[in-house]
Design a protein around this ligand. Sequence first.
Ligand code: FES
Length: 311
Amino acid sequence: MKKRSYRGLGFYAMLVFVVILVWLMLDARQDAAHSYSMKSLETALENESVVFIEIEQNREIPTGTLSIRLSGNEMRELYVSDVNEIQELLAKYQFKNYYVSDVPPESWILNLLPLLIVLAAMFILFVIMTNQAAAGGGVGTAIAYPVAKKLHDDGCHVDLIVGFRSKDLIILKEEFEAASTNLIIGTDDGSYGKKALVTDLLKEQIEAGVKYDRVIAIGPVIMMKFVCLLTKEYNIPTVVSMNPIMIDGTGMCGGCRLTVGGETKFACVDGPEFDGHLVDFDESMARGAMYRDFELHAREETCNLFKQEVK
Ligand code: FES
């Protein structure tokens, strides 16, 4: 099992804040070192303490930067909004020891590049060190697999917690192992792994001190409901993948209607992934059971296994 990160969002927010603060301080220091006003320059010209001035300007814009060498080999910089004004000032004091060089226009992107690189690196670090748990039950584990794989391939620490009724029904074990940092399998009858429900296995991890940044639950609605009740207690953002009856799949028939955060949503067009803490699971379960008698009847009528005795 790989070592897990126990750092939370707060840590990364603080890190970003510190980097921005340091960058602003360095920038302010640089500005302070550069600060030399027109008044100071005029005084220096009056005192004849200016030795040489290099004016850097892009010919297409009036602004420019002056590098001023003072007696005693001191250097000063001065940003000016209009280089013509400076040339008039130099003419006034008959100062001829200056040189104007044409420079390419400044790009704000280039100026911000170091900060952007640091922030991008921190974002990548954040994604890499994010702890995710994917919980799946029964056939829902097959849907949890690509989700876990993508997160794992992207460098996240993924605890994949899957539950089956018994050892014989375990699927995709090798694939799960390859797609997770830590694979935890439980069975209802204890024939493989722990005899525990997915929610119990997840709770064990949380109580052992694992800090999950997100839980993704996919499987029976009842399992997702109890995973969400658990993660709500620990304030862990949780995504669920809802699987109501779907008919047209276009948001027109209303078959897959759900209530999420008090609003009507359609799993086929608005989901099927939703914030698990907002889903009305009881309503979803009631709607899912609405056609149970019809489904049973249809199965008995059409399934040949019910009609023939196997000899
Ligand atoms: S399947 Fe008909 S509205 Fe979603």
